[in-house]
Design a binder for this molecule. Sequence first.
Ligand code: ADP
Ligand code: MG
Length: 404
Amino acid sequence: MIVQKYGGTSVADTGRIKSVAERVAARVREGDMVIVVVSAMAGETDKFVRFAHEITDTPDEREMDLLLSSGERITSALMAMAIQDLGLKSMSFTGRQVGIITDSAHTKAMIEHIEAGRLKAALNEGKVPVVAGFQGIDEFSDVTTLGRGGSDTTAVAIAAALNADLCEIYTDVEGVFTADPRIVPDARKMDRISYDEMLEMASLGAKVLHGRSVEFAKKYNVPLVVRSSFNTSPGTLVTREDEDMEKTVITGVTHDKNQARITIMRVPDRPGIAATIFNAIAAANINVDMIVQNISSDDRATDISFTVSKAEAKKAFEITQKVSDELGTKGVNMNTDVAKVSIVGVGMQSHFGVAATMFETLSNAGINIMMISTSEIKISCVIDVKHAEEAVRRLHDVFQLAKQ
Ligand code: ADP
Ligand code: MG
């Protein structure tokens, strides 16, 4: 049993949908049981977002979810027709119809469970189910979406719920590379990568996989393959770490332009202040990523900076301003022209000087580091967005990740 997910460019037009249907049919004829998960046709979701913003600056998130979920539904119906046209039985399903139950965090909902009965019934009737990705419903039967890239998570969650043998993510590149191949032309395709490293890369901006999808794959031990829908090359296997995996210090370099930095100036230095600020932001369901607090100087006040995603920046900024007025700070400013550049690798745990090499490389290129955060297997720096690509290329070079 295989779950196959096809991304936006793989189903960009009806011609592409037909060729994907052929790929699916070939697998079914070989004797595999296939469940297909589809994204919206390339550009559709952006178009819907544009429509919403032509109506209002602050679209309601519940309405946004119903709007955005329609792109995947269109593809699923067309794909089912294309598979039927090849002489196979097929049936399309929305997230709700296959029982994908999420929490109520509109536009970034998390899957809580899947009631897989309907999918199993379709499979038993010899049908190829085609599921609209990226969506579910919450306890109030309202449509929710899982965030950009969320169809990957739909696919892995279904694979876990059905105990499938494999989940294949079909996209427009040949697998997971040491950096985005569109930015680093000599990036190397990896044959295998561990769940942990893939999870870091995905959450640090390698949009080839949705972060939550890797979390699910790891938790339920779903073997995950990323490969191209445009050719037959074998792709990258995301799996548990084992001895066969290559031993490198750094596995990959990622960047994330979907970042904004908020700084609160001269915050009074007394217990409980950080809690007040970040509780207010958490209460609005906004995720804070990096936090940096400077040490206090003589006047017992410090600057606090943190990053949030661009989409939530405006809301976070308004909340921060309100709290900051109450606390009596010197004001709040926001910078949306920032990017986060990161290096990832389990190998860095046992090597000295990795961080120093990263900072030196950026500094030699005249790139100023605004914030730093580290964990055992990654180092991230916030820099000016205009240097993001150059930073990725230089780091890729200095850690010798290019193909031989
Ligand atoms: P899909 O619509 O198929 O889900 P995405 O656009 O979400 O496709 O993801 C594929 C893209 O991810 C690639 O076109 C590539 O530019 C980008 N990408 C970023 N980092 C990486 C990486 N490390 N390896 C492969 N692709 C990457
Ligand atoms: Mg994607």
